[in-house]
Design a protein around this ligand. Sequence first.
Ligand code: FES
Length: 166
Amino acid sequence: MDQIKSKTGNLSQSRREFVERAGMTAVMSAFGLAFFTSCSDSEDQTPGTPPNPTPPPTSSNGVTVSGNNIRIDLASQAGLAAAGGWLLIINAQTLVVNVGGSYFAMTSVCTHSACDRNWTFTNSKFTCTCHGSEFDTSGNVLKGPATLALKSYATALSGTTLSVTK
Ligand code: FES
């Protein structure tokens, strides 16, 4: 009888344990599913897939940047359209200048210490105000501390659209 009681007691205890474990498993499964779904929704990437290396095209004030190509609508950029006008396109790290109706473009990354947005243009020369280097409208060094020219980019004018290819 003791054996039976004992067995009954064990059976009863086993049933209770089973129910408790089943309940915990169900709860953990629910959390696990929610966690997995949450990770899947927020990351939205296949593991090991690198982020998109090409930023999307940007467009502002008649200037559209798409990869290594820049398109400038001169009708929207009256300053650049006038002889002696110039433009710094920060998101493309590019300087563009109008020299008597001819357009020249070059990197805005200074060859001295890589400042890319502290530029002025007066008396037909660009000055990087980080440390005072000066460059002509083709990017050649006029005054240091920079010793290397700014890299030039090709330009093409079609109607009122100026294209720059980096
Ligand atoms: S970074 Fe342009 S002069 Fe130093």
